[in-house]
Design a protein around this ligand. Structure first.
Ligand code: PEP
Ligand code: MG
Length: 321
């Protein structure tokens, strides 16, 4: 199997009926890019920038961030790189921000909520990203967007920083796509509205599942409810993909589910455009996809989405793909 996968390193990802999907990788630091390239990923689908802020005692400077983003963009040589703005809070804490303890950190002051309030932190990161944009194919993504008002506010801050840089004669790419994570059910439900204003979606199933099922992704005792194949989750994913495609936008997925061999045939049938996963899953996923027909997978979608339980879905996938 390893030998078969190795042959696919320099190949595109093509299904048995000649459809192309994009296989990208998730990274946490510039050092991870080596693994992305070795495993033949077609891009970076999620760069979690939190790690730049963690394990230290003060915020990273604009210059430090600029260097990290530039390094990733350059090493990826023009392939798409989706960089997510700061998603701190929840399970990831920053002691030096001195934020009050919360009863429900996963439902609390985190990610874009924090960035919109502590705008100095957000603006520094956006400037670093904008300056780095001329060094590759950068796409910017906001995490934990719950409302259109938040998205518009965050976009405005980005445009303001871009304007300031332009006035200072700093080069910024004119082709930066701007997207959001779809990881809160309200955003999935209103994805038709969001689709008119964003350039792309990336579905964050790690959080979307926990928020939809009301089951903490870290709590073992409720892990039985953490169900990627629950038809409720699959219907939300379908809604998001259809809403985006109606507006001519693309949809990725960067939660664990994107690299899951049980989920892959369903996601293919639903029309997902980009699958972003840990680098080591890329070649197995490419091999699996090369043996699947997108047309055939699409024919099973109605049946799957009309099932009652996750268990039925798993059994169906095992028997039919
Ligand atoms: C997600 O929620 O699916 C995701 C990719 O983000 P994170 O795991 O960093 O919360
Ligand atoms: Mg998330």
């Amino acid at each position: 199997q390893k030998a078969e996968w190795a042959k696919l390193v320099n190949e595109q990802t093509t299904t048995s009926d000649s459809q192309h999907v994009e296989l990208a990788a998730n990274i946490g630091t510039p050092q991870d890019v080596q693994g992305v390239l070795e495993n033949g990923a077609e891009g970076v689908g999620l760069y979690r920038t939190e790690f730049l802020y963690m394990g230290r005692d003060q915020l990273p400077t604009e210059e430090e961030q600029f260097k990290a983003y530039k390094e990733v963009l350059e090493k990826m040589e023009g392939k798409p790189v989706v960089i997510r703005t700061l998603d701190i809070g929840g399970d990831k804490e920053l002691p030096y921000l001195d934020l009050p303890k919360e009863m429900n950190p996963f439902l609390g002051f985190r990610a874009i909520r924090l960035c919109l309030e502590q705008q100095d932190i957000f603006r520094t990161q956006l400037r670093a990203l904008l300056r780095a944009s001329v060094h590759g194919n950068l796409k910017i993504m906001f995490p934990m967007i719950a409302t259109l008002v938040e998205f518009r506010a965050a976009k405005n801050v980005l445009l303001e920083e871009k304007e300031k840089l332009a006035k200072a004669n700093v080069d910024v790419s004119e082709n930066i796509e701007l997207g959001i994570m779809v990881e809160i059910p309200s955003t999935a439900v209103l994805s038709d509205r969001f689709a008119k204003e964003v350039d792309f979606f990336s579905i964050g199933t790690n959080d979307l599942i926990q928020y939809t099922m009301a089951a903490d992704r870290m709590n073992e005792r409720v892990s039985y409810l953490y169900q990627p194949y629950n038809p409720a989750i699959l219907r939300l994913v379908q809604m998001v993909i259809n809403a985006a495609h109606k507006e001519g936008k693309w949809v990725g997925m960067c939660g664990e589910m994107a690299g899951d061999p049980i989920a892959i045939p369903i996601l293919l049938g639903l029309g997902l455009d980009e699958f972003s996963m840990s680098a080591t899953s890329v070649l197995p996923a490419r091999s699996q996809l090369s043996k699947l027909s997108k047309t055939e997978a699409a024919k099973h979608i109605d049946t799957i989405l009309n099932m009652d339980t996750a268990e039925e879905v798993v059994q169906f996938v095992n028997e039919n793909f």
